[in-house]
Design a protein around this ligand. Structure first.
Ligand code: C5P
Length: 420
């Protein structure tokens, strides 16, 4: 299972979130959601419906958020209303918010928000808000599929409310289908996407990441030390910046980037086929994978046995693999629809020289360079961005998600100026 610890996501530090918790079994997930939001640097004010208090105690949220939880719209019934401006909780609480997030959001609350009802504190806050809002629906699959619910969901989307999820899968009621609340870390990622600028909105981005695995026989093969972390971070950042992302990944131990469509491959040839099956629909290609230059010519169908005779040794014939990036660069140079091509150069020496050469040899608009001995498998990286028109852009050493955001911002800014 994916570890729930997230790197620091853009836009969340110091974000003031009002978290509305409605009465569904998924309310237990919101405790973890509060923990993750607080870890990201958000201040979280929890407001519960009365029915939510039957699933989880306000005290749990109070402990995790460090703030008294509001339930009633009648101030005297709330233990602590001290931080309100005018003693008008139905207005004041969301006046102090940058974002109103309802998770879990039940079918009942969705229906109320779609029609503007206001008969509990949370409904009032929804109606009186002056900040963006999202819901993370959670309900039984039949309730989710019900035409009334679907009508309400499209009304809420028309009204500009973000809808996070729901996911499909096994439900608390034992049924299987759509209606599960997203996992807490997924809600946090959706929130980051909702609050951040989206320079890649409407853009389709295809990436390769990780090593390739060139089979010698059914159990052995040749691979390399690429962890895939940089490519996965770029895929995650591209989604956070509004892009529609497809990631072609060699074998890695990493959790899939949230929101990206992922195609798993093993060999360079498979990676090549997956990329060329997708490339036509894309606007930006980023080749991050450490693709093996050579594959085994005729991999053995059966596991090869050890030879006892030392003199015989082991002989393998290698063949050159396709150069995916160079072929994409070639395609882009002929295509009428613009395709921005970005490659990586992980070198152990002469980085500036080798990276600049790749701009030509791969027909790429940008090459991202780093020193292999610093970058391979590490969580931090120091990148330089090479392009034909200007001197290299040197980035500071930073975590790979931040580096990915910096690279994509640079590319998006500079491709806009190239094409306009
Ligand atoms: O010069 P080199 O081939 O090592 O350049 C590395 C860049 O080319 C990376 O972006 C890598 O993803 C890409 N590449 C590729 N196909 C290959 C070899 C490298 O796409 N067969």
């Amino acid at each position: 299972m994916r570890p729930i610890e997230l790197p620091q996501l853009p836009g969340l530090n110091q974000l003031r979130v009002v978290l509305g918790v409605c009465g569904g079994i998924a309310a237990y997930k919101s405790a973890e959601l509060v923990r993750l939001l607080v870890k990201q640097g958000c201040t979280v004010q929890v407001v519960m419906t009365e029915s939510a208090t039957h699933f989880i105690a306000p005290l749990t949220f109070q402990a995790l958020s460090g703030k008294a939880v509001h339930v009633s719209q009648w101030p005297a019934e709330n233990g602590n209303q001290g931080n309100l401006d005018r003693g008008m909780p139905h207005i004041d609480i969301s006046r102090h918010a940058d974002f109103l997030l309802i998770a879990p959001c039940t079918a009942n609350s969705m229906a109320k928000y779609a029609h503007g009802f206001a008969d509990n504190l949370l409904d009032n806050l929804v109606l009186a808000r002056n900040c963006p809002m999202a819901i993370a629906p959670a309900m039984n699959v039949e309730m989710w599929n019900n035409r009334a619910t679907q009508r309400n969901i499209s009304q809420l989307q028309t009204d500009g409310i973000h809808v996070f999820g729901p996911a499909a899968g096994e439900q608390a009621c034992g049924e299987v289908g759509s209606g599960r609340m997203l996992e807490p870390f997924e809600v946090v990622l959706e929130l980051a996407r909702a609050v951040n600028p989206k320079p890649l909105a409407g853009k389709k981005i295809l990436l390769t990441a990780g090593p390739t695995f060139e089979a010698i026989d059914p159990v052995r093969g040749i691979t390399n030390r690429s962890s895939g972390k940089m490519g996965y971070a770029l895929a995650q950042a591209a989604w956070l910046m509004g892009g529609e992302v497809t990631l072609v990944s060699g074998p890695t131990a990493l959790p899939s980037p949230y929101g990206a469509h992922i195609l798993q491959v093993q060999s360079a040839k498979q990676m090549h086929a997956a990329v060329f099956g997708q490339i036509e629909q894309n606007d930006l290609f980023i080749g991050v994978a450490a693709v093996a230059d050579y594959g085994i010519k005729n991999p053995s169908v059966q596991k090869q046995k050890k030879q006892s005779d030392r003199a015989v040794g082991l002989h393998m014939e290698f063949e050159l693999n396709p150069d995916i990036l160079a072929e994409v660069g070639e395609l882009a140079s002929k295509r009428t629809r613009p395709l921005t091509v970005v490659g990586f150069a992980a070198e152990t020496e002469n980085l500036d020289e080798y990276a600049s050469r790749k701009l030509e040899s791969k027909k790429a608009q940008f090459i991202i360079g780093n020193l292999a001995q610093h970058a391979l498998g590490a969580d931090q990286t120091r990148l330089s961005i090479y392009s034909k028109r200007q001197p290299p852009e040197r980035l500071d050493s930073m975590d790979k998600l931040s580096a990915a955001e910096a690279v994509l911002s640079f590319i998006s800014k500079h491709t806009q100026t190239h094409t306009s």
